[in-house]
Design a protein around this ligand. Sequence first.
Ligand code: MLT
Length: 420
Amino acid sequence: KPVLTYPGGEYPMTIAQAAEGNDGIDLGKLLASTGYTTYDPGFVNTASTKSAITYIDGEEGILRYRGYPIEQLADNSTFIEVSYLLIYGELPTQDQLEDFTDKIRRHTLLHEDLKRFFDGFPRNAHPMPVLSSAVNALSAYYQDSLDPRDPEQVELSTIRLLAKLPTIAAYSYKKSVGQPFLYPDNSLSLVENFLRMTFGFPAEPYQVDPEIAAALDMLLILHADHEQNCSTSTVRLVGSSDANLFTSVSGGINALWGPLHGGANQAVLEMLDGILAAGGDVKEFIRKVKNKEDGVKLMGFGHRVYRNYDPRAAIAKKHADTILSKLGSDPLFDIAQALEEAALTDDYFVERKLYPNVDFYTGVIYKAMGFPTRMFTVLFAMGRLPGWIAHWREMHSEAIKIGRPRQIYTGYGARDYSEI
Ligand code: MLT
């Protein structure tokens, strides 16, 4: 008979007593107030879930994919290798890598009819709904790879998605700026190809800068997975109904679009722009944050899981230094660094364990690379894709139940219509 405890002490009853509704105690409220959660296979996709893909220790600021520290992967691997690691569980051998890369190369083209689908969107469309719609439309074009229970079809849809998402992402951008689409050039790597399709023009040579390509590749690695975040759990929930991989990932893209999730680095850049426009006084900004003045918030600080420095932020910061020293300094990076220093030496932030998260530095880097803010979440989606696929596949590798969140009913008791 375990006795329930809550932050204020010990709850005066056992779980069994609470469940019987003794003393008019509302079990739902009790569980919610104590943060007590149950593990129930019926709620596997929503209440809690098992996974062998990504490990996070929020107290220590540790992130590992399949056991490998993110720092080592960012320094030594490519995004394609990390995608393989997340999806199949091991880093690829040379042969496996060549085979995987070749397969992806063969699927980068979009069906000509699917390309016309982009014409239906307004010229000023944000690239995210265009991206998620086109990814969902893959279910209509590739009906031979929709069955989540057929390993060959799952493999084919995995390769198709990995290959086509950068093409769709580049076309979503081209659509939003009114420029013509480019066919993929399969002599290039995945990231080089994406950069060329995004910034190049048909019939004009486009020289991919290898340092920019390497930095973008590394940023995609940082975003490749983050266990049960909002978009990943969305992909799992949609997929738990046995919906196909394309449509499940499309759901994840929509979840990612929200400013509280993938849109956060855009919010950071807007905050830095605002500080610069107001004269660049970081101390004054920090004062306003602490006093909650003018609704001012410190964006890109704090995380639901980390009570320490987000390890991805440290890596992004290091690379921001390198990229900006190559592409030209940006006053926004100076403000970001000053802001970080001011916050990390201030008891207010230290006591609340508010540290920079991954979004704090990525926007500055993307801007330096030439991406408009509307593309930031698209880049996040490209990075997160292997994580979504890995989770969807992991879930389908076992017998699953459809996801269904537990509801705690808070409405009326029974009411009688005749008493109105
Ligand atoms: C992510 O990478 O998905 C974000 O840090 C959000 C999260 O993990 O909840």
